[in-house]
Design a protein around this ligand. Sequence first.
Ligand SMILES: [Zn+2]
Length: 279
Amino acid sequence: MPALLVVLVLLASGCAPGGSRSDGIPTADAPFTLTAFDVGQGDAFLLRADGATVLVDTGEPDADVVRLLRSEGVERLDALIITHAHLDHVGGAPDVLASLPVGVVWMHPVPAVDDVVPEYARTLEEARRRGVPVRGPPAGARVAIGALHLDVLGPPPGRPYAWTGSERNNTSIVVRASVDGAGSVLLAGEVEREAQADLLASRADALRVDVLVVPHHGSRTSDPAFLAATRARTAVLSVGAGNRHGHPHAETLTALERAGMRLHRTDRDGTVRIAVRHG
Ligand SMILES: [Zn+2]
């Protein structure tokens, strides 16, 4: 029987950071929170648990994710995870490294540096300058940071998606983040159908979560079967208002609704804070 999920969503407007409440449950007291920053086109998700402050992606450079982090009271990161080297994910990373102490960076090397944004190299450079280790944990790794467990589900080793025409998206780092007694979140960067098919085939059990961060800003590149397999009750979409890609695509929204998920979108809701609990 699926665990009963209680999810609390607090919208940014009119809410004091971390101290807001709805249904009597303040996010500040929740054992595990997910904040989806409103960074326009891009992703920047903050995971917080006892002894763990982790940022997954950093938006574009002008999103000023450092300011957003400070507005949440974040002065250091235990880990910075860059799912893949596209500008709207790695763009703010050099600034984060230059501005805040960071324990470790997770980022996989890109096969063809020529066509990658300069922020990728600048991220490596800033990390090196500040003595921050850069690692690419392999699929199957389980890392504990405080109360937070990070299960790395992808990408597989090698270059299995070189043929897809969207290798960088498909080789996004895929992480299942969970806190015992609280809940779980799936963050999958921009994996598309090819990587999603492999995850479904190899790690279907691990895909089950309470909260799904919808891959690729709700693009139609997601397989409805993958979205449904998460059995999430809540879906979060980081979407730029009026973005030129047409995200989120209608068919993906329909798939999420058919799977019974409650949707939250940064383009409409602004920064979204979620306290995840299952009972
Ligand atoms: Zn993106």
